[in-house]
Ligand binder design. Structure first.
Ligand SMILES: *Cc1c(COP(=O)(O)O)cnc(C)c1O
Length: 376
């Protein structure tokens, strides 16, 4: 049985008529930039996430860039972030001329370790960028305390975590100064192309991000600051407006799939070979669980397992094979292999299994059977 990592055509099949109608409506309207579709999406996502303001932008990467610009990150500043994330988390810091200061992760959740943040703070620390990796919130309480006491800003990279809740009830992207979402097609809420969103409760920062999104102009052709073209397309907003009302249903399916994996792995007695994802806040009650953007195992002999699964027709991925502090482009920062051991170990030991909403019970059994076949 073939099991893909994701099946976007299947994901869109039942929505196809609505999506085509929405895209056609935009095409026929001539309103392609910052139209009512964008306004509707911003209001919808703000309400969904529990943020006062949401500003649609061109990608998750540009959401990070605009948010960092809004808190004036620039040359001479240090920005503390995790070494174990997608490149955009750190690339945006570097592009603004600031120095990314990488810290290690909690090996249980793969999220940034607050104690490591504390050790990395200096008088130059302008901002902290925690990432809510794979779909569950980083441990924000100690991070908020560290930042608050020192006047440090927090830009959350919530690209993988729309709808994930943190104890207390707030959602990913609404805990810090600003939060960033990605609607890259493979994210839990994905556009048919690139798109993203910045969240904030601060009216002044919301206005500033809106300005940064259009070259820093307000009104048009009068530039108060240097921004960029970070606008979200109306066509992408229209696609997302069709999909947003379904997001909770899809998240529910991902959670069901995760529960099914847990019971299948339990039946096979693979506990000594693989470590399943550990939802950190599930004990807080319904809705505090992981949103399972990714279902990531820590696995013995990871590379050989991956090869075995590929042969068996099961697609997998490694998020991420090389931690950020060891990327060639950051060589000048002076990190070495061994600098951040948990990030490096996660890069060697983890593997993501298919978890998408349309995945069937039969496919999941095939995945776990193939893994059992490898170890037994
Ligand atoms: C996807 C992602 C981004 C970037 O989003 P794009 O929309 O692809 O630009 C940033 N950070 C993390 C953790 C991501 O997963």
């Amino acid at each position: 049985m073939k099991v893909p990592l994701l099946d976007l055509p299947a994901h869109h099949r039942e929505l196809r008529d609505e999506l085509v109608a929405a895209v056609t409506r935009v095409l026929d309207s001539g309103a392609y930039i910052l139209s009512d579709e964008v306004k509707k999406l911003e209001e919808g996502v703000a309400a969904y996430c529990g943020a006062r303001f949401a500003i649609g932008v061109s990608s998750g990467t540009d959401a990070l860039l605009a948010a960092l610009m809004a808190v004036d990150v620039g040359p001479g500043d240090e920005v503390v972030t995790t070494a174990f994330s997608f490149f955009a988390t750190a690339g945006t810091i570097s592009r603004l001329g600031a120095r990314p200061v990488f810290v290690d992760i909690d090996p249980a959740t793969y999220n940034i370790d607050p104690k490591a943040i504390e050790r990395a703070l200096t008088p130059k620390t302008k901002c902290i960028v925690p990432v809510h990796l794979y779909g569950q919130c980083a441990d924000m309480k100690p991070i908020l305390e560290l930042a608050g006491a020192r006047g440090i800003k927090i830009v959350e990279d919530a690209a993988q975590a729309i709808g994930a809740r943190y104890p207390g009830g707030r959602q990913a992207g609404t805990l810090g100064t600003l939060g960033c979402l990605s609607f890259f097609p493979t994210k839990n809420l994905g556009a048919a192309g690139d798109a993203g969103m910045v969240l904030t409760d601060d009216p002044a920062l919301a206005a500033k991000v809106r300005m940064i999104r259009v070259h820093g102009s307000e009104p048009k052709y009068y530039h108060k600051l240097v921004g960029g073209n970070f606008r979200i397309d109306s066509i992408q907003a229209a696609v997302l407006n069709v999909k947003l009302p379904r997001l909770d249903g899809w998240t529910g399916k991902r959670r069901e799939n995760a529960a099914r994996y847990a019971s299948l792995f339990g039946e096979k007695g693979l506990g000594s070979k693989v470590t399943l994802p550990q939802p950190a806040y599930a004990n807080q009650g319904l809705g505090f669980d992981h949103i399972y953007h990714q279902y990531v195992l820590r696995a013995e002999r990871r590379d050989a397992l991956r090869e075995h699964l590929t042969q068996a027709g099961v697609a997998t991925e490694i998020y991420y094979p090389l931690p950020l502090h060891l990327q060639e482009c950051f060589r000048d920062l002076g990190y070495r292999p061994g600098s951040l051991p948990e990030s490096e170990r996660a890069a060697r030991e983890t593997i993501a299994l298919p978890i998408y909403p349309e995945l069937t019970a039969e496919q999941q059994s095939a995945v776990v059977d193939a893994i059992a076949g490898f170890y037994n």
